[in-house]
Design a protein around this ligand. Structure first.
Ligand code: ADP
Length: 488
């Protein structure tokens, strides 16, 4: 197999690093081989990016012209939607229904930021003297977009689209195990008219090339999605350079079912919240708090439905849960479940691999529900990033809020109740970035997304998400007829 080319400063060529394979998590077959980028590629790509972003064919574009490029990227993604969805299914093993939705989301993201780009206004501020004072926004320069393996094309679009809309150049560093969709996105950017060098796509190990990208003096901002430990390390490197960061990190999101909830909606919502994407999602609703008065009937219904979820072939459009990303990641989930049992937990569902045929070749794991654990148990506190739900009862709202907020994370939460006043009160009291009331995991590109505490810094999405990739500049235009009086 000839290694697949990567995109270094506008050139498609073999990376200078080790050759490795992208593998299909459903059966471990090889999707493609590629040579990772090395540190020399990183330096070349960043220098090319800094030169390309200054050239008039990128820096001189009028907002509607730049928007035109983004609209074309969106159209090209839509034209190639099925191919991209299949590619991503192979890359990370998600069910095809999910990868189709992620591709549609990526196309929508470019369309949205195209609109934001051509409608973004700058302001004239109230003058307090004989001048016209203005606040304008300039591109930052070269942006590093470092993305994880769980929702590749959508994560990359979420960073690339606003960063390009803001007039920057971007170095995309996809997760080592899921490089394929990012590379195709790089090709699409070029076809859509992004000048060569403005976008590079550098697959490889985070600790080698991710680190080199972040430290490079020409990189002016990092937008990172991934684990909290990595995010913290990047923030420390960024602090040395006084460089801004946007960090979208881990979560351990509570989902709360009150006694007056519509149980059918709540059961469906809780299942979707934790088991879609096999739980490999930062916003997974991994801690269930259910009012003790409905605990038994609720858990019975939940467990029956969890056991009936269709785990299997990601190519089948009816499949709800595919394999986990790697054998190693499955082991880490198995270790957490064992830890939960050692800590005194009781299994209500799953807790094992499914067996037979395809299941024996890939990294599958059954939807798992545990109960009987105190809130300070490690599996109630640490992010597992897999299909594992921990269910706990609660008695009153104050105690519930204390437990729900007793977490280092603050990403998202779900509330199921028919009482709108309670829903509002609890939503405001939860220390998280996103709250869903009587729904879960609904996301819109037009709604800002952020985490607090160990879940992140800064926002993504939303019309003003574009400003995360620009710096604000003040301009005063003198209108005084006479010289400034001071020197008289
Ligand atoms: P996950 O647990 O989702 O794999 P990681 O934080 O390990 O989360 O990885 C997210 C992204 O960060 C990946 O693209 C990975 O290669 C990259 N990465 C990992 N370590 C570093 C590092 N030290 N510097 C820069 N990027 C890194």
């Amino acid at each position: 197999m000839t290694p697949k080319p990567i995109c270094v400063g506008g050139e498609w060529r073999r990376g200078g690093g080790d050759v490795y394979a992208s593998r299909y998590p459903a059966d471990d077959s090889v999707n493609a081989e590629l040579a990772a980028a090395n540190v020399a590629d990183v330096e070349e790509a960043i220098e090319a990016a800094d030169a390309a972003r200054r050239r008039p064919d990128w820096s001189g574009l009028k907002p509607h012209e730049r928007a035109g490029v983004l609209y074309r990227i969106s159209s090209l993604i839509r034209e190639r939607a099925e191919e991209l969805a299949q590619l991503q299914r192979r890359d990370n093993g998600k069910p095809i229904s999910e990868t189709r939705a992620l591709v549609a989301s990526a196309a929508g993201t470019f369309q949205f930021f195209a609109a934001a780009c051509e409608t973004l206004e700058e302001t004239i501020t109230p003058a307090r003297g004989d001048y016209l004072s203005m606040s304008v926004h300039e591109p930052m320069g070269v942006i590093a977009a470092i993305t994880p393996w769980n929702s590749p094309i959508a994560s990359e679009a979420q960073k690339l689209a606003p960063a390009l809309a803001a007039g920057n150049a971007v170095i995309v560093k996809p997760a080592e195990v899921t490089p394929l969709a990012a590379l195709e996105l790089g090709r699409i950017c070029e076809q859509a008219g992004v000048p060569k060098g403005v976008v590079s796509v550098l697959p490889g190990k985070g600790s080698v090339i991710g680190d080199a990208i972040v430290k490079h003096p020409l990189v002016k901002k990092v937008s990172f999605t991934g684990g909290t430990m990595t995010g913290r390390a990047l923030a420390q490197l960024a602090a040395k350079k006084l460089m801004p960061v946007t960090l979208e990190l881990g979560g351990k999101s509570p989902t709360i079912v009150f006694e007056d909830a519509d149980l059918d909606h709540a059961v469906h919502g809780v299942l979707f919240g934790i088991f879609s994407s096999s739980g490999e999602s930062c916003i997974a609703g991994s801690r269930l708090f259910v009012h003790e008065s409905i605990r038994t009937p609720f858990l019975e219904r939940l467990v029956a439905k969890a056991n009936a979820l269709r785990v299997g072939d990601p190519e089948d459009p009816r499949t709800q849960m595919g394999p986990l990303i790697t054998a190693k990641h499955r082991e880490s989930i198995e270790n957490y479940v064992q830890l939960g049992l050692d800590e005194g937990g009781r299994l209500l569902a799953g807790g094992e691999r499914p067996r037979g045929d395809l299941f024996d070749r890939g990294w599958f794991y059954k939807p798992t529900v545990l109960t009987g654990l105190a809130n300070d148990a490690r599996i109630c506190q640490e992010e597992i990033f897999g299909p594992v739900l921990v269910a706990s009862p609660f008695r009153d709202e104050a105690a519930l809020l204390e437990q729900a907020n007793d977490s280092v994370f603050g990403l998202a939460a779900g509330i199921w109740t028919r009482d709108y006043k309670r829903a509002w009160r609890v939503a405001r009291a939860l220390e998280v970035g996103t709250v869903w009331i009587n729904t879960y995991k609904q996301l819109s590109i037009s709604t800002p997304f952020s985490g607090i505490k160990d879940s992140g810094v800064g926002i993504e999405k939303g019309r003003l998400g574009i400003l995360q990739y620009k710096h604000q500049k003040s301009v005063y235009l003198g209108l005084n007829e006479a010289p400034l009086p001071w020197a008289d």
